[in-house]
Design a protein around this ligand. Structure first.
Ligand code: ATP
Ligand code: 3PG
Length: 410
């Protein structure tokens, strides 16, 4: 049982609110899409209208990634969306951050700096250990309550997600509450069930594939995006140096062995692309897997038309489809076809659940609508739909009742 905002006496309370506003970033550093910010407006408005003092905690990107950066554009955009001033401080738990939090008045909001600027935040800990990290140990003393609205990051056992509720009373925000409600029980969805695993977070997708195949929750897994490229290499296909180098640079080389083990164990339920699209002469050029490798420098950027026809046939019989991750580099018009057609076909399945930051932005850009549920979370929604418990949700379930527990315990 998790407490929600209905259980929190907000007025005059200093609340740390963990949101997931991790967003696509344009080349000039601005936000390329603000859907994840919009999703949290209800929670933040409610807390501010009820005279809370709100300190927003969030991450943007991963260390070393192109989209890793500060939260100043997010604070500006939140201010527009909330229709009130939102301050930003380029500190997360230092004295400057604590002073910014302590100087909040009722109805004030400040966005603290990207939690992942601080190395411990990109590590996974059990909740008690997470509570002793620098972030939580330094910031928790200036908070009266903690609200977790970051459903999209709830599959990470990182300090800002599992550490705070161990020492500060924790509550689910409105996004967290509604996602848990809707995604509650995968076993009740109609069969056969198909999981479509695309996008670029290969380790997460392979974890999900193992889990749903072992538990017999999936009748088929359709691979797309970078995930498909890893499976194709695991299956012995020569995708060429450009695709292989990309996988190596992402640190996903070991995933090829894991994909290979999965194919050995459950190959009859895992569908691989029959053709891929590469960039040739500045256009889209499709190649059957038998015609691979492609020419020097060409990478597999999308699934091809015969793969789409094959996947569409499999989807025709599905009762439930769960999708995460674009089928290709949808940001480039030449490689949006896979995502447009595959996701379009999924809207005809009786129960269709789709999740992910880039996925949602792809669907808006391509105008694909009509799903049963579009989740704010990609990996988080998938993990929930494997019937595995999410660490940040477990931490809220076991949260301390009062700040005095915190003083007793620490
Ligand atoms: N074949 C491919 N080669 C390179 N990049 C690809 C390919 N297919 C898809 N991508 C990239 O994958 C990225 C999105 O993947 P990602 O796994 O982050 O999806 P997501 O919907 O944001 O999920 P989550 O919310 O879990 O992060 C896009 O930027 C897209 O360009
Ligand atoms: O976009 C997401 O899936 C969430 O923000 C979590 O990000 P992560 O995969 O980098 O932990």
């Amino acid at each position: 049982m998790i407490d929600t905002l209905d259980d929190l006496d907000v007025e005059g309370t200093t609340v740390g609110v963990r949101v997931d506003i991790n967003s696509p970033i344009a080349d000039d550093g601005s936000l390329a899409d603000d859907a994840r910010l919009r999703a949290h407006v209800d929670t933040l408005s409610e807390l501010l209208e009820r005279s809370g003092r709100v300190a927003v905690l969030a991450h943007q990107g991963r260390p070393g990634g192109d989209d890793f950066g500060c939260l100043s554009p997010h604070a500006d955009r939140l201010s527009d969306l909330l229709g009130r001033p939102v301050d930003y401080v380029d500190a997360t738990f230092s004295q400057a951050a604590r002073e910014a939090v302590q100087s909040l008045e009722d109805g004030d909001c400040v966005v603290l700096e990207n939690t992942r600027f601080y190395s411990e935040e990109y590590m996974e800990f059990d909740p008690d250990r997470a509570a002793r990290t620098q972030l939580v140990a330094n910031l928790a003393p200036v908070l009266d309550a903690y609200v977790n609205d970051a459903f999209a990051a709830a599959h990470r056992s990182q300090p800002s997600l599992v550490g705070f509720p161990t020492v500060v009373p924790g509550y689910a925000g409105r996004v967290m509450e509604s996602e848990l409600d809707v995604l509650g029980s995968i076993e009740e969805t109609p069969e056969p069930r198909i999981y479509v695993l695309g996008g670029a977070k290969v380790p997460d997708s392979i974890d999900v594939a193992w889990s749903v195949l072992e538990k017999d929750l999936a009748d088929h897994i359709l691979t797309a995006g970078v995930v498909a490229n890893v499976f194709l290499i695991a299956d012995g296909v020569d995708l060429g140096d450009a695709s292989s180098d990309f996988i190596y640079e992402q640190g996903y080389w070991d995933e090829i062995d894991r994909a290979s083990d999965l194919l050995d164990a459950y190959g009859d339920r895992i569908a691989l692309p029959r053709d891929v699209a590469v960039d040739r002469d500045d256009g889209r050029h499709e190649l059957g897997v038998n015609a691979l490798p492609p020419q020097e420098g060409e990478a597999a950027m999308d699934i091809g038309s015969s793969t789409l026809a094959y996947y569409e046939r499999l989807l025709e019989d599905a009762g439930t489809v769960i999708l995460n991750g674009p089928a290709g580099v949808f940001e480039d018009d030449r490689f949006e076809l896979g995502t447009r057609r595959l996701y379009g076909a999924a809207t005809d399945v009786p129960t269709s659940i789709v999740g992910g930051g880039d996925t949602a932005s792809a669907l808006r850009r391509l105008g694909v609508e009509g799903f049963s549920h579009v989740s704010t979370g990609g990996g988080a929604a998938l993990q929930m739909l494997t019937a595995d418990q999410l660490p940040a949700v477990s931490a809220l379930e076991r949260t301390v009742d009062t700040a005095s527990d915190r003083n007793d315990g620490h």
